[in-house]
Ligand binder design. Structure first.
Ligand SMILES: [Zn+2]
Length: 260
């Protein structure tokens, strides 16, 4: 292949950058998870040969908080499950465990302080992907290129893992920090898709996604590298993130009655 100056070796390079999960799925381009190599190739092809927006369209592109809606059906945690999203943390984080737990609390708090969702950590002696008594488990990933990965609400228990790599504790790429990375991943857990799918910045397109709000390049679900110049850095929830999430999950219980 040579179209657009792209070659087979560039595919091989991208393929080599993908990490294999224990169940055979592949992770590439930060936290994108692919079922198999064919799906990864389709993503790369779209990224390489798709039609990116003309430069003057970029600033006008819609980048709202975006919900995963496979087949038009919203992927969402129904009440009361949405108020009790339980998880356990595997015991292999070593000396970083306290840092991780504090960051998980802050990241979860970003969502639950205003949105009708609640994450609840459960102490299990043998936390793992086979821990059926919790909704998901948090697992250490080593020797991988991504900082963290997550899942969507409709995924089976075997895939409901938030993987946190060692790099997540130290990276400052794009203004990222551990709390922000976890807030972004918990956004996926709540059913929110990447914001930049509306801009053709990566190979991820808007299929099976629905926009909830108006333009917001600073969304917590938007890769920093895909934002227009002058945007915020890192991952923090914006007013529009809250607006979109509240549309789906309602207000945090503590706020009901306070808003007139
Ligand atoms: Zn992501």
């Amino acid at each position: 292949m040579s179209a657009c100056g792209t070659s087979t070796s560039e595919w091989e390079e991208f393929r080599a950058s993908a990490e294999a999960l224990e169940d055979g799925r592949l992770v590439a381009d930060h936290d994108m998870v692919f079922e198999d190599e064919a799906e990864l190739y389709a993503y790369w092809e779209e990224m390489s040969f798709g039609s990116p927006l003309a430069e003057d369209e970029v600033g006008a592109a819609r980048q709202p908080l975006t919900q995963s809606t496979p087949g038009g059906v919203p992927e969402v945690w129904e009440f009361p499950q949405s108020m009790r999203l339980t998880y356990c943390v595997e015991d292999d984080f070593g000396s970083r465990e306290a840092t991780l737990l504090a960051a998980l609390d802050r990241a979860a708090g970003f969502w639950s302080q205003r949105v009708g969702v609640r994450f609840e950590r459960v102490d299990l002696t043998d936390c793992g992907t086979d821990s059926d008594e919790v909704v998901f488990n948090v697992q250490r990933h080593t020797g991988v290129a991504y900082n963290a990965i997550a899942f969507f609400p409709d995924d089976p228990r075997s895939q409901r893992v938030v993987g946190v790599a060692d790099s997540a504790f130290t990276t400052s790429s794009g203004g990222r920090d551990l709390v922000g990375i976890l807030a972004h991943e918990l956004g996926h857990v709540l059913g929110f898709r990447h914001e930049h799918i509306w801009t053709a910045c990566t190979g991820e397109g808007p299929a099976d996604a629905t926009a909830l709000t108006s333009y917001d390049p600073n969304s917590v679900m938007h890769y920093p590298s895909c934002r227009p110049p002058g945007s915020a850095s890192g991952y923090r929830l914006t007013e529009l993130d809250y607006e979109g999430a509240i549309q789906v999950y309602g207000l945090a219980p503590a706020l009901i009655g306070l808003v007139t």
